[in-house]
Design a protein around this ligand. Structure first.
Ligand SMILES: C[S@@+](CC[C@H](N)C(=O)[O-])C[C@H]1O[C@@H](n2cnc3c(N)ncnc32)[C@H](O)[C@@H]1O
Length: 240
């Protein structure tokens, strides 16, 4: 399920992405707060259409946004223009495993489960090591991921559900391989991509192998400690 070179599986849903994710708002304040605390510039990996980056720029923090989808970056550019924050958005086409960033920053983020696009430990370690390289000593990597519960898998497996009016989503779970094939379709396009999940313990081990010190593993964006739920929000520091 690889797109042709230079394209991304997200290109065909670039116009659909914002209406599809319109109800996902719980993480915005959290990431904006992290950016304000760190100071500019921040690097957002897998910046997408700027769901987080545009409000971050609107709060006055310059964002270097990396994404492998030209279509998503184009939507982000337009959103930035509409919000009057273009000069605070530096959008660059690139990969999680080799972000084209020379700058060294106090905060690198990867919101909305985007690290789950990485399919094996080698690519995860490359991406985490690349994020670490972008950080100043003491700087922080902040990202969120999930691991589904058996109940979530049973409730959604193999069924088209109307997530938003006219936008349908289908989850095909493989509990053995620990992958989710997520499909979405709407009037302006559709796509399918594979997400691969890990246990919390595995994320922690990978972070440590990549040279991070784990500061927090929250269970939600209100910073409550993780207590066994599906979502985790990680804060890891590059040692001084
Ligand atoms: C779930 S969206 C998240 C977008 C945005 N961060 C948000 O919170 O709405 C995932 C994004 O990751 C990007 N992406 C997927 N694989 C990538 C990779 N290997 N390198 C860079 N970007 C990638 C996609 O193009 C898409 O924009």
């Amino acid at each position: 399920m690889r797109p042709p070179a230079g394209l991304s599986l997200y290109d065909s849903i670039a116009e659909l992405y914002d209406p599809w994710s319109v109800s996902v708002t719980e993480d915005v304040g959290f990431y904006v707060e992290e950016a304000e605390r760190a100071g500019a510039p921040v690097v957002e990996l897998a910046v997408g259409t700027g769901r987080i980056a545009v409000p971050t720029a609107a709060a006055g923090v310059r964002v270097i946004g990396i994404d492998s989808s030209p279509g998503m970056l184009e939507v982000c550019r337009r959103r930035g223009e509409l919000a009057g924050v273009s000069e605070l958005l530096d959008l660059r086409l690139g990969e999680l495993e080799a972000p084209p960033v020379e700058e060294r920053v106090a905060l690198v983020t990867c919101p909305f489960r985007s690290f789950l696009h990485l399919q094996d430990d080698d690519s995860r370690l490359r991406a985490l090591a690349a994020a670490r390289e972008l950080l100043l000593p003491g700087g922080r990597l902040v990202f969120d991921v999930f691991a589904p519960s058996a109940g979530d898998i049973a409730d959604t497996h193999g069924r088209w559900l109307e997530r938003e009016p006219g936008i349908f989503e289908r989850a095909d779970w493989d509990s053995q391989a620990r992958t989710l094939t997520l499909s979405v379709r709407g009037e302006s396009g559709g796509t399918s991509f594979v997400l691969a999940w890990l246990s919390n313990r595995e994320w922690r081990v990978l972070l440590e192998r990549a040279g991070f010190h784990v500061l927090n593993c929250f269970g939600w964006f209100d910073r409550r400690p993780h207590a066994g739920g599906e979502d985790t929000v990680w804060v890891a520091r590059r040692p001084v």
